[in-house]
Design a protein around this ligand. Structure first.
Ligand code: ADP
Length: 396
């Protein structure tokens, strides 16, 4: 089977065409800076990487460009879109109704739609991706794979909030956690790559991208994670605030006459490093450049981001009473040398020393701590697409 995997982020879209028999990628790439300017990267297996600059106001135009390039006469890997057997979609939030992967029908679409308020940055983008595929490839099966699934093993002490129990009973308000497909893949890959025992190991995964989260994985099962009911909780992110005193909302509401919806939009879309730098950028590449050129706000935002990642890592060492390995993944985790260096600089108390030469690596499984470090730190590139393809085949 040929499975087209679509992973729509807030401002990016990753795609892979995977042959499920061989698990080989036939073509892959990404659309970056959707809604900003737009850039498509396309790489057929064994071929040259192509980059096309083109306007991509929404995810629909981005998917149309992906489909066009997959069948283009010169470098396309398909003769026609008929060769695609199924489409697997990463979907952020399935709420309490969709806790496993599902073949998409009207009911599933409606539930994913209902969950947009829980995942306001991603569920709408995921839905756009699903609808665009349904429209552009009618009749093909579409499967949704949820970010929340891997975290279902968390114990109640990790997922319950300190609020009246009636809200859990009435509305299932609890920590769900996100990036589950990535945390699942990366923790398993780290265990394999580092030769750890799947049934007796403690791994912390730091998935750092536009959205960022940390998870604690004990004996291959998630025991805690930084995101919550929605992806807003936890780390400072590209445009999301992460943890803050809830009373901040009431204070700003009173001072500025804002309602709760405006405030949540502010926390999801105008905060994080973007908000902290007065809207300079949510992209760490831009911030790194600005900081290097003396922009103090950018330097402070990067510092605050790294500091919070280090604090979460510390809290998960406590949660598991130890740690064997820390894995960095996601756009920043895999590529952000300076961010990794800053985060690891807080972890000396764990007996970790960064190997500066090794830390120059990007985008491949690589140990970046020195051999005498007591805890191994590694780059483990995520592969959510492969996990999604496997789930899709299982359901179609
Ligand atoms: P998403 O959450 O949208 O899937 P990604 O995991 O693709 O995000 O991460 C995107 C982010 O990765 C970008 O916004 C950028 O901040 C960061 N990034 C990518 N390359 C680099 C780099 N070389 N250095 C620092 N940050 C990087």
């Amino acid at each position: 089977m040929k499975v087209l995997v679509i992973n729509c982020g807030s401002s990016s879209l990753k795609y892979q065409l995977i042959d499920s028999e061989t698990e080989q990628v036939q073509a892959k790439g990404l659309c970056e800076r959707i809604g900003i300017d737009g850039r498509l990267v396309y790489q057929p297996a064994g071929g040259e990487k192509e980059t096309v600059e083109a306007a991509m106001p929404t995810h629909t135009e981005a998917i149309q460009m992906v489909l066009d390039i997959l069948v283009n006469e010169k470098t396309g890997v398909l003769k026609s879109l008929d060769e695609v057997d199924a489409i697997g979609h990463r979907v952020l939030h399935g709420g309490h109704k969709l806790t496993k992967s599902v073949k998409i029908d009207d009911e599933a679409l409606q539930i994913i739609d209902e969950c947009c308020d829980l995942g306001p940055l991603h569920n709408p983008a995921n839905l756009m991706g699903i609808r665009a595929c349904m429209q552009l490839m009618p009749g093909k099966p579409n499967v949704a794979v949820f970010d929340t699934a891997f975290h279902q093993t968390m114990p109640a002490k990790a997922y319950m909030y300190g609020i009246p129990y009636e809200y859990y009973e009435k509305y299932h308000i609890r920590k769900y956690g996100f990036h589950g497909t990535s945390h699942s893949f990366v923790s398993k890959e780290a265990i394999k790559f580092l030769g750890l025992d799947p049934d007796n190991s403690k791994v912390i995964v730091a998935h750092l991208g536009n959205g960022s989260s940390v998870s604690a994985v004990q004996n291959s099962k998630c025991v805690d994670t930084s995101m919550g009911l929605t992806p807003l909780e936890g780390l400072i992110m590209g445009t999301r605030s992460g943890d803050l005193d809830p009373a901040v909302l009431e204070y700003i509401a009173r001072k500025e006459g804002k309602d709760i919806f405006e405030l949540l939009t502010m926390l999801n879309k105008k905060s994080g490093v973007y908000g902290m730098t007065k809207g300079l950028s949510s992209d760490f590449r831009d911030l790194g450049e600005a900081a290097a050129n003396g922009n103090e706000l950018a330097a402070n935002a990067i510092d605050a981001f790294c500091y919070r990642v280090a604090k979460y890592i510390g809290s998960y060492v406590a949660a598991m009473n130890g740690v064997d390995a820390i894995a960095f993944t996601g756009g920043i985790g895999e590529n952000g040398l300076e961010e990794r260096e800053k985060i690891v600089s807080y972890l000396g108390y764990l007996g970790i020393t960064l190997d500066e030469e090794a830390n120059k690596q990007r985008g491949k499984n690589f140990v970046i701590s020195t051999p005498d470090s007591k805890v191994t730190v590694a780059i483990i590139p995520t592969n959510e697409e492969l996990m999604i393809a496997r789930e899709t085949v299982a359901l179609v």
